[in-house]
Design a protein around this ligand. Structure first.
Ligand code: AMP
Ligand code: GLY
Length: 432
């Protein structure tokens, strides 16, 4: 039976989802993507609807007889797209609004972690600026981590290295309200030392199917320097998570989370993403997200072996136990090409060249791209393209990805040159 799918979102992650529907699923008749980008237009029909206008999306899904809607980004999930579609009798992949609070509210997420003994940083919650101020003034050790409650596009977290920086962060979040209502409550937590990694799984509220581990590169500059971005590149697997550790993460983090939520009356369906710090005392949760990571999706989805549509549909139906999944033993590296100035201000509309000269050894996932009025491919965002490559090992994957990166050009092209190096060092494969 030919199936119709709608994907919500417009970034590299959503392009990877569209690519998997096209290349790793059978019997897909039509893919719609809302709103999509220039790169997805080859494989899907881009539809200019608002991802937050659920009424319009539902009537579109009914009119086109969509069999499954897949939600890429967090905001529609946090605003209840899944509940709205389910009420309308439509199948949709992702967690409900109450489950999506795991990402939308750091305060609630911390409460759940504490209640179900999920390892995480010690923390306190504050509603009042003066109390928060008194607390940071009482601290002897810095850094300390201050987090605004709520979605702040990754920018609501401050690592304060001194009392002065902590006071400044409190001021910005709670008095200036630079993140709006997210600043009404904050979490102040212990600074964890270690290496970060991501474990992303699909669940149906009962079974949990983890993808191979991955590692993001959040900072804009090489060596993890400079301000945080949405993610400048990723690789999978992350050698910092060995087999035993991956089992420990499943048993001590993912399983208690899904079961704890069930105990709270929430059947968690969709993606669960644990952002972890691997400390000397074991893995601890920095945050939970409720959707695929971007750019982690661009390195874990290429390693999926099986029917991607069936996997996601099985989560919706609560039949994940029926899925047999394998993973490509090849490793994957994704390098993000960004516009100069990102994550600050940047220019758009720069023509992109070189994509035609690439061979099949890489996957090109578009993020901020568009066609201009002459039909040329141009930059249209901070993160422009993600170049993913599979290889026998991380070194081969990295070499292939960077070979392609050199061939692509646009005015102001910027990328990190050290994606995957932490993993390569751990494996003894780093060659400088
Ligand atoms: P979050 O959005 O909570 O994952 O925080 C964003 C980033 O801040 C993380 O990816 C870490 O790099 C850093 N971070 C958050 N919490 C902590 C912590 N408790 N200790 C050290 N770094 C942290
Ligand atoms: N790559 C980090 C995120 O998707 O939140």
């Amino acid at each position: 039976m030919a199936r119709k799918v709608m994907v919500i979102g417009s970034g590299g992650r959503e392009h990877a989802i569209v690519w998997a529907l096209k290349n790793k699923s059978i019997d897909i008749d039509q893919i719609y993507v809302v709103p999509g980008n220039a790169g997805m237009a080859n494989d899907a029909i881009c539809v200019a609807l608002d991802p937050l206008n659920f009424r319009e999306l539902i009537s579109f899904a009914k009119e086109k007889q969509i069999d499954l809607t897949i939600v890429g980004p967090e905001r529609p999930l946090a605003e209840g797209i899944v509940d709205a579609f389910e009420e309308a009798g439509l199948a949709i992949f992702g967690p409900s609004k109450s489950a999506a609070r795991l990402e939308a509210s750091k305060v609630w997420s911390k409460e759940i972690m504490k209640k179900y003994n999920i390892p995480t940083a010690e923390s306190s919650v504050f509603f009042d600026y003066n109390e928060a101020l008194a607390f940071v003034r009482s601290l002897k050790d810095f850094p300390v981590v201050i987090k605004a409650d709520g979605l702040a596009a990754g920018k609501g977290v401050f690592i304060a290295g001194s009392l002065e920086e902590a006071e400044d962060a409190l001021d910005k979040i709670m008095r200036e309200k630079v993140f709006g209502a997210s600043g009404e409550r904050i979490v102040i937590e212990e600074y964890l030392e270690g290496e970060e990694a991501s474990v992303i799984a699909v669940t149906d509220g009962q079974y949990i199917l983890p993808f191979p581990s991955s590692q993001d590169h959040k900072a804009i500059y090489d060596g993890d320097k400079g301000p945080n971005t949405g993610g400048m590149g990723a690789y999978s697997s992350a050698p910092v998570i060995d087999y035993d550790l991956s089992k420990e993460i499943e048993t001590n983090i993912l399983r208690p989370l899904v079961e704890g939520l069930k105990n709270e009356g929430i059947v968690y369906k969709g993606v669960v993403y644990a952002g972890l710090m691997i400390t000397k005392d074991g893995p601890k949760v920095l945050e939970f997200n409720v959707r695929f990571g971007d750019p982690e999706a661009q390195v874990i989805i290429p390693r999926f072996k099986g029917d991607f549509y069936d996997l996601l549909y099985a989560s919706v139906e609560g039949k994940l136990n029926s899925q047999s999944v394998n993973w490509d033993s090849q490793q994957c590296v994704c390098v993000v090409l960004a516009s100069k100035g990102y994550p600050g201000a940047y220019e758009k509309g720069k023509p992109i060249t070189g994509l035609d000269s690439l061979d099949d050894e890489v996957l090109i996932f578009h993020a901020g791209t568009a066609l201009d009025n002459q039909g040329r491919l141009v930059t249209n965002g901070g993160r422009v393209l993600g170049i993913s490559a599979l290889g026998r090992d991380l070194l081969e994957a990295k070499t292939k990805a960077y070979r392609a990166v050199e061939k692509i050009d646009f005015d102001g092209k910027y990328f990190r040159t050290d994606i995957a190096d932490k993993g390569l060092r751990r494996l003894g494969l780093f060659s400088g």
